[in-house]
Design a protein around this ligand. Structure first.
Ligand code: DGL
Length: 273
C-alpha cells in the first residue's frame, strides 16, 4: 500500500458530499474518489440484503481503482453492509454510525436523543443500539424522513416544500424532549437551516461526518498511510447523470462555475439488479 493512493468515499447519491466536504477541509492532502450511486438512489426503502450487495459492489469497484481505505458516507449502507465489507474488503472500511453515536452520547445532557434517518437505518435500530451501549439509560427517538433524500437529490429547489416536509417529520417527535439531534443520513445536513428552524431552542446538532473523518485520520496514521506527497486529486463517479451531478454537487461543495467545469466526473454503470 502506498501513501499517495486515494481514499474512496461513497453514498447512494449526493449526501456523502457532506462527509467529503469535511474530509477535504480536515485532510486536504488526501486524494479522493467519490462514488454517487444515483441510478439506484434512494437506498432507504430497499431491503438490507440489497443494500449490502451494493456496498460490496461499490467497495470492489473502489479497490479496483486503487484506494487505500474506504469511507461509507451513507448511514443506510453502513447499517446494512459495514460488517460484511469489513470482513470481505481488503482495505480498511469506515462507517458513519459508530462515530455519530459516540458524538451523540458525548453531546446529550438529558440522555434523550433524536435521530433523523432513512427507513432502512431507522428500522435497523443501529443508532439506538450503539448509543445505548455507550450511554446506558439513554432514550433514542428515531424518525424516518424519506422525503429529505428526494429533496436533496432534486437540488433543494423549493423552500416551501422542504419546510413542509421538515415540519411534518419533526411534529412526530415534538414531545420527545430531546436535547440532541443526530443527522442520521448524510443528505440531511444539507437541510440543516430548515431543520434548525423547526427544532426547539437549545437542541445540539450532531453531524457524524466530523468524527468519521477523525476515525479515518487515526486509521491512516496508524498504518503510516497519510499522504505527505503534497499532491492530491479529486475524482467523482456517478451511476446517474453526470450533468446533474455536476450542477448539484458543485453547489453542495461550493465551487465557482469554472471549478465546477473542471470537476473530473466519470460515469460508472452498475448492473441494475
Ligand atoms: N445518504 C444516505 C444515508 O446516509 C441514504 C439516502 C438514501 O439513499 O435513502 O443514509
Amino acid at each position: 500500500m502506498d501513501k499517495t493512493q486515494p481514499v474512496g468515499i461513497f453514498d447512494s447519491g449526493l449526501g456523502g458530499l457532506t462527509v467529503a466536504t469535511h474530509l477535504y477541509k480536515e485532510m486536504p492532502q488526501e486524494s479522493t474518489i467519490y462514488v454517487a450511486d444515483q441510478s439506484r438512489v434512494p437506498y432507504g426503502p430497499l431491503p438490507k440484503e440489497t443494500v449490502a450487495r451494493y456496498v460490496i459492489e461499490i467497495c470492489d469497484f473502489l479497490v479496483d481503482q486503487g484506494v487505500k481505505a474506504i469511507v461509507i458516507a451513507c448511514n443506510t449502507a453502513t447499517a446494512a453492509g459495514l460488517e460484511t465489507a469489513q470482513r470481505e474488503i481488503k482495505v480498511p472500511v469506515i462507517g458513519v454510525i459508530k462515530p455519530g453515536s459516540r458524538m451523540a452520547a458525548r453531546t446529550t445532557r438529558n440522555k434523550r436523543v433524536a435521530v433523523l434517518a432513512t427507513e432502512g437505518t431507522t428500522k435497523s435500530q443501529a443508532y439506538p443500539n450503539e448509543i445505548k451501549s455507550l450511554l446506558p439509560g439513554a432514550e433514542v427517538f428515531g424518525q424516518a424522513c424519506p422525503r429529505f433524500t428526494e429533496l436533496v437529490e432534486g437540488g433543494m429547489k423549493d423552500p416551501k416544500e422542504i419546510d413542509a416536509a421538515v415540519a411534518g417529520y419533526l411534529k412526530n417527535i415534538e414531545n420527545a424532549g430531546y436535547d440532541t439531534l443526530v443527522f442520521g443520513c448524510t443528505h440531511y445536513p444539507l437541510l440543516k437551516d430548515y431543520i434548525e428552524a423547526r427544532t426547539p431552542a437549545g437542541v445540539e446538532f450532531v453531524n457524524p461526518a466530523v468524527e468519521t473523518v477523525e476515525d479515518l485520520k487515526k486509521v491512516l496514521a496508524g498504518k503510516d498511510l497519510l499522504n505527505d506527497s503534497g499532491v492530491s486529486t479529486r475524482v467523482y463517479y456517478t451511476s446517474g447523470n453526470t450533468a446533474t451531478f455536476r450542477e448539484i454537487a458543485s453547489m453542495i461543495i461550493g465551487l465557482t462555475p469554472a471549478q465546477a467545469q473542471a470537476m473530473d466526473i466519470r460515469r460508472v454503470d452498475w448492473k441494475i439488479s
